[in-house]
Design a protein around this ligand. Structure first.
Ligand code: PGA
Length: 256
């Protein structure tokens, strides 16, 4: 069975003090061996403070972006090795805000994915269509194009370490969630695409949903066929709402 994931994307929020307080409170609320992979993706300035704390497996840490080189003249960038050095195990690549606000191309995302895996980081690869793309009927084409760009630059084995997050751009931070059939269909497109490359990988890879996940809709969303967890933005900023979402995932799996 695929272990479910509850991942927080704090975006550009939280100072080191706020992040440390969050982690401390979260730690006091979760069991030693949670049935869900809990991953906190923080800004790079904060990672070192929270990532090098007590050695534990209950909470894992991630960055929200990385460069594809490990060092060099890239002012302002942070490399996969630097992220690892902060005690993080994960990195988000291809988040829609990186693609649409900072102009990252499919090729940039592919290079980042590949560099992250080579350095020993596990990527959370974000893909998803804009509203225009959905309305013009090109959702499937966009998803496949984004996946293909990464697969063509990486060994398929690199995906063993990865998680995919389907995040329709129009649902991120808008309060609008995709509906059940839209999510189920997109997740199926992703799994079928991978199935054509590698059957085992397709059954094992975890595909998350992201886009306005909240405590009030988590129980319903986790019940959708093919959804293995969430990448949560706004609702991950408070321990209580993030815990409620995580608990919702866990309860669903307990019920089998
Ligand atoms: P949201 O963000 O939960 O605030 O919609 C999700 C994301 O950006 O990963």
């Amino acid at each position: 069975m695929r272990k479910p994931v509850s991942a927080a994307n704090w975006k550009m929020h939280k100072t080191s003090g706020e992040a440390s307080a969050f982690v401390e409170e979260l730690r006091s609320k979760i069991l030693d061996e949670p049935q869900v992979d809990i991953i906190l993706c923080a800004s790079s300035t904060v990672l070192f403070h929270i990532g090098t704390g007590p050695n534990e497996s209950a909470i894992q840490f991630g960055a929200q972006n990385c460069h594809w080189e490990n060092e060099g003249a890239f002012t302002g960038e942070v490399s996969p090795e630097m992220i690892l050095d902060c005690g993080a195990q994960w990195v988000i690549v291809g988040h829609s805000e990186r693609r649409h606000l900072f102009g990252e191309t499919d090729e940039d995302v592919a290079r980042k994915f590949s560099a992250a895996v080579s350095a020993g980081l596990r990527p959370i690869l974000c893909i998803g269509e804009t509203l225009d793309e959905r309305q013009s009927g090109s959702t499937s084409e966009v998803i496949k194009r984004q996946l293909s760009a990464v697969i063509s630059q990486t060994e398929e084995e690199a995906f063993d370490q990865a998680v995919i997050a389907y995040e329709p751009v129009w649902a991120i931070g808008t309060g609008i969630t995709a509906d059940t059939s839209q999510i189920e269909e997109a997740h199926q497109i992703i799994r079928d695409f991978i199935m054509n490359k590698d059957e085992k990988l397709a059954t094992e890879i975890r595909i998350l949903y992201g886009g306005s996940v909240k405590p009030g809709n988590a129980a319903e969303l986790i019940g959708i066929e093919g959804v293995d967890g969430f990448l949560v933005g706004g609702a991950s900023l408070s321990v209580d709402s993030f815990m409620e979402i995580t608990q919702g995932i866990s309860d669903h799996y307990d019920k089998g």
